[in-house]
Design a protein around this ligand. Structure first.
Ligand code: ATP
Length: 616
């Protein structure tokens, strides 16, 4: 079983893959298999790109022709007119091809972004609970957000800025060499490659600062999200100042890194400007000398200048693009690293669907710990016979909820086996296993949507009457109907606008709607007052009458009718039997029972037990 600490993606050092590998991993999305339309779009877009660049290199040649004609004394006006028309048409052509390229490629780029985003999202849902508990959701969603933005940037700029600019540089060098001599080509090359080398070197150094900035940004964001999600807890403890300080610490780190990033940018700009200025001077000296020697015309001098200016503009842009591309590559690597993350719990090859006939559950000598250095369950053995209800009770932290997580296969056990109708849950598909079990968890979290949506979640596509029926059974229908917006009431983030008991009842309703073969109630009614609890208990026992049910109970009065009650303690089963036999044993259960009876007679409803007391 994998226990490796998951790589911290949100604040990780850059992964070990090279930039080239990252770019390569993007290619299948750009040339998608079996999608003829997308491939045709890419091909046409590339053709448009080449045409646009050829036109842009030809523009200064036409300009030169016009200047030569004008500066040569008397000239034929009609010829000038034709040159000017050709000049205008070529310019228009260049623009038109550039826009056509955009037109054809936009869908390819957006489709690639969508495919990667969906793939990552799907993968995140496949990853195991341990992975998600180790991460902060705010950080994860930012990785995806930044990753998809990075892809968009890379596609647009890599394909349609960097590559075309390089292509144009080579074209211009070729034209200059052909029209003048080798030195013009060398001067162009020298200037441009010094510029590129300088930009790359300095940007590499600056990227370290950028990464720190990102890390601080992530940290600030996750601490803000965490703090706001815990809004109530912050208020309970009056810790607003503490939260503010925590947030400010991350923001201060961000501020420092951002200032450093900004000031180092000036250094880059000055260096780049210097290289271009030197290049320009060399070029003009060369052209001026040839003009003086009568080897070049005024038109040539103008053309050389136009080329320089034409190249200089995208080159100026290249600095920014290079920086952004490096950043985008880092962001994309992080997203692809998420995709490389292996799911801890996987279906075995050829896993079959779980076939539930009776729904008998068996924990056979189950040993488990969340980490290797601490065992939570130690050789647990019990049966939930088909159609019967078994209750798990015991002190807080004894491992009761762990048992429910194991049955759901959120984790794999270290030893022993968990069987449903004699099928080891590791040998069946996770989807079929989870389909068969309906759980009402201890902490119910609802989607930030309507009550209707949250109940319907148990069975997508359920009819309104089915949903209302489930709500009636969970004793929430009347409450919902009393709300001004009824089932359309929104529940707020994580269901915060509902009380604990209302949330629990929504959770019960959606599980009832699911109609699973096996029920698992993890303190499902703990937040309810005893009256509502009794009512729900009676509907639950009615519904689960012929279903296998595992109940994790806080209040013992709710499980007196259970077929068997298992008392967990220190990772093992301390006592077991039905209510009467456990009372007769006069052990832990009997003590807990008497204690609860006493409390119930003192206060009604029963409150949470105070620290130090045995909670069951
Ligand atoms: P309670 O009645 O308070 O809900 P419980 O019996 O359901 O308690 P579990 O939630 O099963 O207790 O937890 C058993 C032990 O495992 C606890 O000591 C808890 O700290 C530990 N534990 C639970 N979840 C994790 C986790 N994801 N990683 C590491 N340890 C965990």
């Amino acid at each position: 079983m994998s226990r490796r600490p998951a790589a911290n993606l949100t604040e990780a050092d850059p992964p070990a893959t090279t930039d080239l590998e990252t770019i390569k991993s993007l290619l299948p999305y750009l040339w998608p298999k079996g999608q003829f339309e997308m491939r045709a779009r890419v091909a046409v877009a590339l053709a448009c790109l080449v045409m646009a660049k050829v036109a842009s290199v030809y523009i200064p040649v036409l300009y030169k022709k016009a200047v030569d004609l004008i500066s040569g004394g008397a000239f034929d006006y009609t010829v000038l007119l034709w040159i000017v028309v050709a000049y205008g048409m070529t310019r228009l052509g260049q623009q038109a091809f550039a826009q056509l390229r955009e037109f054809f490629f936009a869908r390819v780029a957006q489709r690639a972004i969508r495919s990667v985003a969906i793939k990552t999202f799907r993968h995140l849902h496949r990853l195991s609970l341990r992975f998600h508990l180790d991460r902060q959701t705010g950080g994860l969603t930012r990785v995806i957000e930044r990753g998809t933005k990075a892809i968009e940037f890379l596609l647009n700029f890599m394909l349609f800025n960097i590559l075309p600019t390089l292509f144009e540089i080579f074209l211009v060098c070729g034209v200059l060499w052909w029209m003048f001599d080798f030195f013009y080509a060398i001067a162009t090359f020298g200037t441009i490659f010094s510029y590129i080398a300088f930009t790359m070197l300095v940007t590499e150094w600056r990227l370290k600062i950028r990464r720190r900035m990102n890390m601080m940004d992530n940290r600030a964001n996750t601490s803000a999200v965490d703090s706001l999600l815990n809004y109530e807890t912050v208020k309970y403890f009056g810790n607003e100042t503490h939260e503010e300080e925590r947030y400010d610490r991350s923001m201060q780190g961000y501020e420092d890194a951002a200032v450093k990033s900004r000031t180092s940018l000036s250094l880059v700009n000055v260096g780049q400007g210097g290289i271009i200025a030197v290049g320009l001077m060399v070029f003009m000296v060369l052209a001026g000398k040839d003009l003086a020697a009568g080897k070049a015309t005024v038109g040539d001098f103008v053309m050389v200048n136009t080329y320089l200016i034409q190249l200089y503009l995208p080159l100026n842009f290249l600095g920014f693009v290079y920086r952004e591309i490096k950043q985008s590559l880092t962001d994309m690597q992080q997203m692809f690293l998420l995709l490389d993350e292996e799911a801890e719990i996987k279906d075995v090859a050829g896993a079959k669907n779980l076939v539930v006939e009776k729904g008998a559950v068996r924990f056979d000598n189950v040993t488990f710990g969340y980490s290797t250095d601490r065992q939570i369950l130690n050789g647990i053995r019990f049966d939930v016979p088909a159609g019967k209800t078994v209750a798990l009770v015991g002190p807080s932290g004894a491992g009761k909820s762990t048992i429910s997580r194991l049955l759901f296969r959120f984790y794999d056990i270290d030893d022993g086996a968990i069987l449903i109708d004699d099928q080891d849950i590791r040998s069946v598909t996770q989807a079929s296993l989870r389909q068969a079990i309906g759980i009402v968890p201890q902490d119910t979290v609802l989607f930030n949507d309507t009550i209707y949506y949250n109940i319907a979640y148990g069975k997508p596509g359920a009819s309104q009457s089915q949903i209302e029926e489930a709500a009636r059974l969970a004793r929430i229908h009347d409450f919902v109907m009393s709300l001004p917006d009824g089932y359309e009431t929104t529940v707020g983030e994580r269901g915060l606008k509902l009380s604990g008991g209302e949330k629990q009842r929504v959770a019960i309703a959606r599980t009832l709607l699911k109609q699973p073969k096996i029920f698992l109630f993890d303190e499902a009614t703990s937040a309810l007052d005893s009256q509502t609890e009794k009512e729900i208990q009676s509907s639950l026992s009615e519904i689960s009458q012929n279903y296998t049910t595992l109940v994790i109970a806080h209040r013992l009065s709710t499980v007196v009718d259970a077929y068997e009650i298992i008392v967990l303690r220190d990772g093992g089963i301390a006592e077991r039997g039905n209510h009467e036999s456990l009372l007769a044993q006069n052990g832990i259960y009997a003590t807990m029972w008497r204690q609860q009876m006493r409390e119930e007679s003192v206060s009604e409803p029963v409150g949470e037990l105070t620290a130090g007391e045995v909670t069951v």
